[in-house]
Design a protein around this ligand. Structure first.
Ligand code: PSV
Ligand code: MN
Length: 386
């Protein structure tokens, strides 16, 4: 196989998971803007996700958020997905929206609240059993707002205890992906604020526990690709929540704010042997003001473009320049790949896969947007937190 053929073959195997919540209404704490045609049920979210996969062929799975996607029959939901050519992906837990969680969930000072939170996580594993999902994605809003509010060390102990109980419940082929986030909603301490804390807990738990890197969850200026390289080296990178940010956890389209950063991350993924199904490439974004389905298609394409550029890096030339201490030469090799216009290559890849080379245009021509506006009338639109 020529090198270009190998790059194309790799791109055809790519899988980007889309989040059910991105298809629903979302906003900021100031306003959630309703859009026409937004899904009213988890099934309708899957219908939209199936469209993203239909036009890109690289978005075969959909992440669920419980209880936002709560249904009576999860096996039937999985069947609904399959009938439309997609599958259910990671199950995202939610221990942040009940009044009980004002002081935290599995780190809460009250054992009864901790019990409730752990029970929810165990229920999420039951759902995984029913859907065939392999990944339980955990993000905890736990933390404190004021110095002295609670005991930082005791909260870590509670966290470890709760996680251990859930870890024990994981079945064959299931794993736990622990997400970290610097701040928000807690403003003083966060109980899983960074990759180091997530890594320390995952290391103690065992090999079924891995870290998720949400690209919007760091302090400005953080070198995310270094974290990726380190986690891959330690075999602890479980996956990504891709999005982009200008200021805090903005949840904008991946690759929109800083495509160069996305390329640097994807290069470390490729370099570290992480371009495999063992690393979950998920989107975690909200489309507050833009049309949702084309934005998700665009996001998937942005990940494809960064991946193509990362795959095009001349690794032999790079290694040679690095070994020779050729600072400018090594940097030039990387920049050559980044500055390549990979859009013609991706158009070819899509044509070889029997797709329209322009997925957004194909979606717009399909009439789906008009159809959902006409058909999804009445009922309650799905929304972040609803
Ligand atoms: C938290 O900000 C987060 O990134 C977690 O992944 C949640 O599950 C997701 O957003 C949706 O709230
Ligand atoms: Mn996330």
């Amino acid at each position: 196989m020529t090198e270009l053929a190998a790059v194309k073959a790799a791109l055809k195997t790519q899988a980007v998971e889309t989040p059910s919540w991105a298809y629903g209404n979302s906003g900021t704490r100031f306003k959630v803007f309703a859009q026409q045609g937004v899904p009213r049920t988890p099934q309708e979210k899957l219908d939209d996700a199936a469209k993203v996969h239909e036009f890109t062929a690289v978005a075969p799975t959909v992440a669920l958020h419980i209880p936002w996607d709560k249904v009576a029959d999860y096996a039937a939901l999985a069947k609904h997905a399959e009938d439309r050519g997609v599958r259910l992906g990671a199950i995202n837990s939610n221990t942040f929206q009940d009044d009980d969680y004002r002081l935290g969930s599995i780190c809460h000072p009250d054992a009864a609240v901790r019990r409730k939170a752990v029970d929810h996580l165990l229920e999420c594993v039951d759902i995984m059993d029913a859907t065939g999902s392999t990944d339980l994605k955990l993000w905890f809003a736990d933390g404190t707002n004021y110095p002295g509010q609670d005991d930082i060390r005791a909260r870590q102990d509670r966290l470890a205890e709760g996680l251990a109980e859930v870890y024990e419940r994981l079945g064959e082929g299931q794993r736990m992906l622990l997400e970290y986030k610097l701040f928000e909603p807690a403003f003083y301490t966060t109980d899983v604020p960074d990759w180091g804390t997530a890594y320390a807990h995952c290391l103690k738990l065992g090999e079924k526990a891995q870290v998720v890197v949400d690209t919007g969850h760091h302090a400005p200026g953080t070198n995310i690709e270094f974290i990726v390289a380190t986690l891959l080296r330690e075999d602890k990178l479980g996956g990504f929540d891709f999005n982009s940010r200008f200021y805090a956890d903005d949840d904008l389209m991946v690759g929109a704010a800083d495509p160069f950063q996305l390329f640097r991350i994807m290069y470390e993924v490729v370099r570290g042997g992480g371009f495999t199904p063992e690393v979950a490439f998920m989107l975690d974004q909200c489309h507050n003001i833009e049309a949702k389905i084309p934005a998700i298609i665009r996001s998937v394409m942005n990940v494809q473009e960064a991946t193509a550029k990362a795959l095009l890096v001349d690794r032999a030339a790079l290694a040679e320049a690095q070994a020779a201490g050729d600072v400018l030469g090594a940097n030039a090799v990387l920049m050559d790949a980044y500055n390549t216009d990979v859009r013609p290559l991706l158009r070819e890849v899509r044509e070889e896969m029997g797709l329209d080379p322009d997925p957004v245009a194909a979606y717009r021509r399909s009439g789906w947007a008009e159809r959902i506006v006409a058909e999804r009338v009445g009922g309650e639109q799905a929304g972040w937190g609803a």
